[in-house]
Design a protein. Structure first.
Length: 200
């Protein structure tokens, strides 16, 4: 039976995500609340991924990997279309090089829209699913969750206070310092917390 309370929560979280990216008169007041939206989405995903039967859970995670890979691929191809059109008109506007590939693979910065760094969560969730898929083969999977979730959340809190001290407005620097840990310090512990809530 479908749990509609989750649907209502996801609608509320989706609105918070929208508020992160638009300017409204009371944006400064609501901005601190909006930061919980993406981690909560990760937690909900972990909640629904968990299954006492590890083999069934592994199948579900495998399906999630394929789905997220397709979504990431679609987003990349979608951004390619306007890039090609602009590139035909102005070839020197933006050239893709090795650094762009590295940024795409490791930091989640779209290849054809460097400003679209907010799509980091696509790769973050994909990588977390791959890690979970591998760990499910191990007998210590649950112990890893119990240890890693609080440890990584703590590291994230420390990171959020340390990075702003050294980063000003440089997008690339922010990506290198601020978004790389997102795979481990936000996505994995949030998904893991959702799994632990479902388990216990």
């Amino acid at each position: 039976m479908r749990n509609h309370s989750f649907d209502i929560l996801k609608l509320f979280l989706a609105l918070l995500v929208v508020f992160i990216h638009i300017h409204v008169p009371w944006r400064d007041s609501i901005l601190p609340l909006t930061r919980c939206a993406v981690p909560c989405f990760f937690m909900i995903s972990g909640f629904f991924l968990y299954n006492m039967d590890k083999e069934k859970m592994r199948q579900r995670v495998g399906q999630g990997i394929r789905r997220m890979f397709n979504i990431t691929l679609f987003a990349t191809l979608l951004y390619m279309i306007p890039w090609i059109l602009h590139h035909m008109q102005s070839p020197d506007m933006y050239q893709i090089d090795f650094i762009d590939l590295v940024n795409f693979v490791f930091w989640g910065i779209p290849l054809f829209l460097p400003e679209g760094i907010h799509l980091w969560y696509l790769q973050a969730y994909l990588y977390v699913l791959i890690v979970v898929y591998v760990l499910l083969r191990k007998s210590y999977f649950n112990r890893v969750l119990i240890i890693a979730v609080p440890l990584l959340f703590t590291l994230h809190i420390l990171w959020k206070h340390i990075v702003p001290m050294f980063v000003t407005g440089d997008t690339l620097t922010f990506a290198l310092l601020g978004y790389f840990p997102a795979y481990l310090s936000i996505a994995f512990p949030a998904v893991g917390l959702g799994m632990l809530v479902r388990k216990y």
